[in-house]
Design a protein around this ligand. Structure first.
Ligand SMILES: [Zn+2]
Length: 306
């Protein structure tokens, strides 16, 4: 822990709190492979830190995931029963937590114009999707309001993220761990954040209804799920899904069949995991037919059974 703190003090230029790293490693067992990886990154930076990945690493991860037959899904796809996922592909969700400036940065050009830094997260993802349009629609940015989201130009950047086809999630007002709050006070972290979104996004805030818990956890046995399910914002549910960081690939059969499971969707932190390690996960949707040539469909297929 001391080492971690020293690393943080030395290498992370930040104005907010660092995200927590505290989770287990065991995958859930399932009677068939229904695991959908939800992976998370924080900072995308050349500065090495406990939470960062370099731009080159992100590009390489995207390529490896694409080559392994994954298709990008968004939280709405979970609501929709994954109907947009082609049958020869397997789903994955990519998320970026906190809203760091290196997730969406403008740089000044010599002519005085501004352009998007090609090494920031959103530019790297956009350029990969442009080159590989069959990879899927986009990624999720979970924004917390304990600092200025994306460092500057927040309103413009949040709207741009939606224009580009990506998804915005709620990562709380103050980045306060839900494990430190009774469920009766969760709203203090959820609703003011929605107000902040609403001031920048107006009606588009109605689509912000998923939460990534700061610190990656919510407690068990205290009806946390009920508190989240009951919360409303402007007459609609404030939270329809909740995302942990627990170092697991969630069993999606359970998500669809067990009420409340949508508030405990597993994620793995790519600062601690690699794509090759992810591909070894036992519950990830499995390979079907061999791929005879590069022009054949990708060989992955969800295995549905009763
Ligand atoms: Zn965070």
């Amino acid at each position: 822990m001391t080492i971690l703190l020293l690393i943080l003090a030395g290498f992370i230029p930040m104005t907010g709190n660092p995200p927590g790293l505290d989770y287990g490693t065991a995958p859930e067992s399932a009677n068939y492979a229904s695991g959908i990886p939800v992976i998370t990154y924080h900072q995308i930076s050349l500065h090495q830190s406990a939470y960062s990945a370099t731009p080159a690493r992100l590009r390489d991860d995207l390529q490896k995931l694409y080559d392994a037959g994954f298709f990008l899904i968004l939280p709405t796809d979970i609501e929709n029963g994954l109907r947009r996922v082609p049958m020869n592909r397997r789903p994955i969700m990519i998320t970026f937590d906190d809203g760091w400036e290196d997730n969406f940065r403008y740089i000044d050009l010599p002519d005085g114009e501004q352009s998007i830094d090609p090494d920031c997260a959103v530019a790297i993802v956009n350029s990969f999707i442009e080159e590989h349009p069959d990879f899927g629609p986009g990624v999720v940015f979970f924004i917390s309001w304990d600092k200025i989201p994306f460092g500057s130009h927040t309103e413009e950047k949040l709207n741009s993220v939606l224009d580009m086809g990506h998804y915005i999630g709620n990562h709380s007002a103050d980045h306060l761990a839900f494990t430190k709050l009774p469920p009766s006070r969760y709203w203090e972290q959820v609703l003011p954040a929605l107000d902040s979104f609403h001031r920048r996004l107006g009606l588009r805030t109605s689509e912000i209804n998923v939460v990534a818990y700061p610190g990656g956890q919510i407690p068990r046995g205290v009806n946390a799920e009920n508190a989240l399910a009951a919360m409303e914002y402007q007459g609609r549910p404030a939270v329809v899904q909740g995302y942990l960081v627990d170092g697991a690939v969630g069993n999606f059969k359970r998500i669809y069949e067990t009420e409340g499971s949508e508030y405990r969707i597993s994620r793995i932190d790519m600062a601690l995991y690699s794509v090759p390690r992810l591909l070894n996960w036992s519950n990830i949707m499995v390979e079907s037919n061999a791929r005879a040539s590069l022009h054949d469909d990708l060989p992955w297929r969800p295995t549905y059974s009763d």
